[in-house]
Design a protein around this ligand. Sequence first.
Ligand code: GLP
Length: 260
Amino acid sequence: MEVIIAKNSAEGSSIAARLVANLVRRKPNAVLGLATGATPLLLYQELVRLHREEGLDFGGVTTFNLDEYVGLPPSHSGSYYSYMKKNLLDHINVPPQGINVPDGLTADIPKFCGEYEARIKKAGGIDLQVLGIGADGHIGFNEPTSSLASRTRIKTLTVETLRDNGADFGGVANAPHHVITMGIGTILESRVCLLMAFGEKKAGVVALAVEGPLTSMVPASALQLHPSAKFILDEAAAAGLEKRSYYNYVYEHKPSWQCE
Ligand code: GLP
């Protein structure tokens, strides 16, 4: 696990964008796993800039989103499909057939989830999975006590997550309670996981995920099992980490052959 502590969210996002851009340049048919929420917005802005100003070509790229609300049509302003179009996909050149977001309207959820897993496999697996972290430690929508071996499936949101995400629906009362999410087992199969967290509100849960015990009570702690997981934090989100100075030392002394 690598912990990168940036000065602020802008610096952290540009480090993340560089990793994504290097992958896409190295492997033009890369498969990207994408996340939603406030955290990756600056990363997506930077990818749009790299596409427009530096010709970063997403023409061969395939994307898979982590999750979607059950019962929402893609056109709903609160859907993650809308979020992705608005914040990234309408502004870069991933071909429409390369875009995959779970279908919140599917009539047969277990069947759809199995097919989503099969689509990821057929695409060659996810090369790089972008992740945020929920206040309760969730990744994707894998809420606490999600099986660490879970695959794409339906989940029920916690009250805490409903409260956090309710604003997208004009209040908790209108927010969908169920979601389709890639499982923790699905996420762990990605070749690289890039978890971003910014702001003091995330400090406690980041410390639990990075330095606490591996437990389904903190789903992001499952990344401790991943051979190539990177946590990109700002100083506020890193404030609860005991080994902060060690992570900084490692990053500053990284040999050039290790830099991507
Ligand atoms: C949602 C998403 C997660 C995301 C989390 C954190 O619940 N399903 O993938 O990581 O929100 O959101 P934010 O980045 O806004 O804190």
